[in-house]
Design a binder for this molecule. Structure first.
Ligand code: FBP
Length: 700
């Protein structure tokens, strides 16, 4: 623009091109809103009916039988399509209803389509039916904060990510007071049914609500949501009923897209190790999927670490005729050694860079940390139960909390019956860096869960890794390999004979193309000495420039870039898989409601197969419950599904671990899944984990 020419901002802001590019709605959003997900075959009929089946068996928990007597004997319900039904059934199916829906827990891509599917099916059955969205999670039920959903409102969010339409929250309806308030809201709104879209804890809540609201004739249906992928349902015989919660595919694809870009950057600039923490509060499903999608150099899988047995220690103990209690399970130190081994091996072939994927919940599987988490959970819960002011308000600063722990250790010395926190615990805890102590003492969420997303897991591990790499550098075993051709060329350019200097500098000059500087040469001083010892220079001479250059290149520095992938992927617009999955979940929810079901979780069976074979079903929630320690008390919950180290997906990953580490000359084996595309095939079909595990599913 020529100087001094004043712009007419008003005109510019009204320019169609400016309006187009500054509008909140762009072409991508328009495309998404317009997309109409395909519907499972049964939904093409005028009606759907439920067919109960005894084909699937569950081992019922005694406590669940006691606490959930009216829904404990629910069975799996298959949804079938029908074009004509008895008048009574037709009337019941198409009656005017009021249905409430709530999001509970962290956002998960596809949630809006659950609402859209439910809304479309409900309006199709009876346009007078109303669907209400409870605002900001379960608090909306407790406080009766609700919005009636309309075509316009839903139209804004079809196929879009987030839970923006009605927001979400982590409140649990876990006291009789909250339960009564919820009941009151449902009665005031004259609801026929309540739909809870949430994770394991929220579906647990849905079962208790179903039991409570049965007397009022209000049905409650759960929907399996969480990017963590830890709601996977099998029956007692291993038949897969729900292979994956919704949102997992999108989050994993989003993480994988970004991490794959880091693989590309890292192998271009060859100077950084990218440390990528990925969400998943406990289970490592997301990390495993990311590994399969990207082939990152190293991926830690928590469940694999817990499974670890130190065979050398066991052998030694056997020889000494003793028991080594530390041979089972991974320690933090050992884990850091494994990471170092990978780094050192890659460096030795000239690759002092790479990408490491660390699951957010990895520490849950490291013995020593798990013990601290459990003990501190109990200490905090016990304190809160006996004091008017909670633990965190009573001890706001870290020093105050540590002082309280010290007092507990003192108590254990005076009172042999008090074992919760002893002097050894206190000593070990004092050795942990302050930021990590703070993390471990952090406030638990309303379900008593530990907030892993806020702990700098990667920092804890990296501290240990860095310390050990320094030792290895000092020992001369952490070196960057130098290519023989490059060495010869560099020395030749400097007018030196590589054949004279090579044997003096390298430990493997005569038998390798990847040269490693001798372990004893770790500084200019030791290099100087080594050259003098070989008669290549005398005291007081300058080290030849070309030799010094090679030496410097062989000395590694461990430079890291740290990334956290979680909230970004959680807010991503859903993949086509998640769009279709969630829309059909919404349709399934309506079928369950219209046919009188309660205490059931909507699910789609055969998710791992082609869309034509997807089967909408209802799964009994109470049958999935078992007793687990929560807030230091036993509570009935749905069991989280963690990575099965015997699964095909994990075994395939394990079989490729060495290849993907690529600690050998030549290229890395990175895979490029690319960004999420709304159209096109391959990556958007379904998660790789599902695809692989399907090969071994019993019920296919
Ligand atoms: P949900 O289980 O509720 O779906 O949430 C899962 C998650 O995304 C975890 O991966 C993560 O640890 C957590 O939410 C983070 O949420 P917050 O910041 O509320 O702790």
């Amino acid at each position: 623009m020529p100087e001094n020419k004043a712009i007419n901002l008003k005109n510019i802001l009204n320019h169609p091109q400016v309006k187009k590019v500054t509008d909140d709605v762009n072409a991508e959003m328009f495309e998404r809103r317009k997309y109409s997900p395909p519907q499972c075959d049964v939904f093409s009929n005028t009606y759907t009916v439920l067919q109960e089946t005894d084909r699937y068996r569950f081992e019922l928990d005694k406590e669940a039988e006691k606490q959930l007597p009216d829904i404990i004997n629910n069975r799996v319900q298959l949804i079938k399509g029908q074009d004509s039904v008895d008048d009574a059934v037709a009337r019941q199916y198409g009656k005017t209803r009021k249905i409430g829906i709530v999001f509970s827990g962290g956002p998960s891509p596809g949630g809006h389509n659950v609402i859209a599917g439910l809304y479309d099916a409900a309006k199709k059955a009876n346009p007078e039916t109303k669907v209400f969205g409870f605002l900001v999670g379960p608090d909306g039920i407790i406080e009766n904060e609700v919005v009636e959903l309309s075509d316009e409102l839903i139209g804004l969010y079809r196929n879009l990510g987030g839970f923006t339409m009605i927001k979400t929250g982590r409140t649990k309806i876990d006291t009789s007071e909250k339960m009564q308030l919820s009941r009151q809201t449902c009665r005031e709104l004259q609801l026929d049914a309540l739909v809870v879209v949430g994770g394991d804890d929220s579906n647990t809540n849905a079962a208790f609500l179903a039991q409570e609201l049965l007397a009022d004739g209000i049905q409650v249906i759960g929907v399996p949501k969480t990017i963590d992928g830890d709601i996977q349902v099998r029956d007692a015989d291993g038949n897969v009923l729900c292979a994956m919660s919704f949102g997992f595919h999108t989050a994993a694809r989003a993480f994988a897209g970004s991490i794959s870009n880091l693989c590309t950057d890292s192998s271009s600039d060859i100077k950084y190790w990218h440390i990528c923490k990925v969400m998943g509060r406990v289970a490592s499903h997301l990390a495993l999927e990311v590994a399969l999608q990207t082939h990152a150099n190293m991926t830690l899988i928590g469940e694999d670490l817990a499974d670890y047995v130190d065979k050398d220690r066991l052998q030694k103990a056997q020889k000494d005729n003793t028991i080594d209690y530390h041979a089972y399970g991974m320690t933090l130190r050992h884990l850091s050694r494994i990471i170092c081994e990978g780094i050192v091996r890659r460096a030795s072939v000239g690759k002092n860079y790479g990408v490491i994927v660390i699951p957010e919940g990895v520490l849950e599987f490291v013995n020593e940390i798990q013990v601290f988490i459990l003990k501190l959970n109990t200490i905090i819960a016990d304190f809160n139960q006996t004091h008017d002011q909670d633990f965190h308000s009573s001890f706001p600063r870290l020093e105050d909390k540590l002082e309280y722990l010290r007092r507990l250790a003192q108590r254990s010395r005076e009172d042999a019956a008090f074992k919760l926190w002893n002097t050894r615990d206190d000593d070990l805890f004092s050795d942990i860096p302050a930021f990590f102590q703070k993390g471990l003492l952090m406030e638990r969420d309303s379900h008593g869960n530990f907030p892993f997303s806020q702990v700098e897991t990667e920092k804890v591990l990296l501290g240990l890794v860095q310390d050990y790499l320094n030792i290895l550098k000092e020992e001369g075993t952490y070196k960057v390999g130098i290519q023989k051709d490059y060495f010869s060329k560099t020395l030749g350019n400097g007018g030196l004979d590589p054949e004279r200097y090579g044997p003096a500098l390298f430990k493997n000059y005569s038998d390798s193309e990847q040269l490693l500087v001798k372990p004893g040469i770790i500084s200019i001083k030791t290099l100087n000495q080594a050259l003098q010892n070989e008669g290549l220079m005398t005291a007081g001479d300058q080290i030849p420039v070309a030799v010094e250059k090679i030496f410097k290149q062989s000395m590694p520095s461990f430079k890291t870039q740290i990334h956290f992938y979680g909230y970004d992927g959680r807010g991503n617009d859903p993949t086509r898989f998640d769009c279709n999955y969630t829309y059909n979940l919404g349709l399934t929810v309506f079928s369950l409601i219209a046919n009188g079901a309660t205490g059931q979780m909507a699910a789609i069976k055969n998710l791992d197969m082609d869309f034509a074979r997807w089967e909408p079903i209802g799964i009994p929630i109470a049958a999935l419950m078992h007793l687990e320690e929560r807030k230091s008390k036993l509570a009935l919950v749905i069991e989280k599904s963690i990575v099965d180290v015997n699964s095909i997906a994990f075994q395939v990953f394990k079989a490729h671990r060495e290849k993907w580490l690529a600690a050998e000359p030549g290229n890395d084996h990175f895979r490029r899944p690319g960004p999420i595309r709304f159209t096109g095939n391959s990556e958007e079909e379904r998660p790789i984990t599902l695809e692989l595990n399907a090969i071994g599913n019993a019920d296919t």
